[in-house]
Design a protein around this ligand. Structure first.
Ligand code: FNR
Length: 184
């Protein structure tokens, strides 16, 4: 049956490599998997005052995540960590205390960078955050992609065969991981 994935991308820029990587991963998944990009560029900075009266746009974010069966995080690394925009969205969706949108939803993380570490350190921080938020995260394979010219185009076509094979392995494992965790 149909499985809905909420995709959280840690970059807001138009030409985002991580947006392209997300597209590429989506194209490698079976048809019963649908992917919805979660909007995070319209959110206010999280403020604990929200907890007593959550802003509508923050409620919408939580509803969109709650309505999904599972999660996919695709993020750049900023200064060896998670970009602030993504952390802000996670903080918003995790609150008020006890009413997180994430609890129990299976997920995976991936990322692409221009640097040789391929977002490894950002993903390690993200794993720490998501462990606390009770997201069962797939451990392997780790997707630390270093960008090179022609690797992925706008539509998510992958130009390098070995990369395509590796990303297909990741998606196949992710599909199994999600199916194991979704109770339908
Ligand atoms: C970066 N970049 C970067 N790359 C990396 O491998 N490790 C890092 O710690 C950082 N730090 C960093 C900080 C800031 C503020 C910026 C703007 C950039 C470079 C980064 O990999 C590159 O800009 C990617 O293209 C960003 O991803 P998107 O926006 O293309 O998805």
């Amino acid at each position: 049956s149909a499985i809905k994935i909420a995709v959280l991308i840690g970059s807001l820029r138009k030409e985002s490599l991580n947006h392209k990587l997300a597209k590429a991963l989506e194209r490698l998944a079976p048809h019963e998997f649908s992917f919805e990009h979660v909007r995070i560029d319209n959110l206010p900075f999280y403020n604990q005052d929200f907890d007593s009266d959550y802003p509508p746009v923050c409620r919408q974010l939580k509803e969109q995540i709650k309505s999904a069966d599972a999660l996919l995080f695709v993020t750049p690394e900023y200064n060896r960590s998670v970009p602030g925009v993504l952390k802000n969205a996670i903080d918003i969706a995790s609150r008020p205390y006890g009413a997180s949108a994430f609890a129990g939803k299976a997920g995976a993380v991936a990322g692409i960078s221009v640097g040789a570490t391929g977002t490894a350190l950002a993903q390690q921080h993200l794993r720490n955050i998501l462990a606390y938020l009770d997201v069962p995260l797939m451990g392997q394979p780790e997707v630390f992609v270093k960008y090179s010219d022609g690797l992925i185009d706008q539509d998510g076509n992958i130009g390098v065969e070995s990369t395509k094979k590796f990303l297909q392995e990741f998606v196949d494992r992710y599909v199994d991981w999600v199916r194991r965790h979704v109770h339908t």
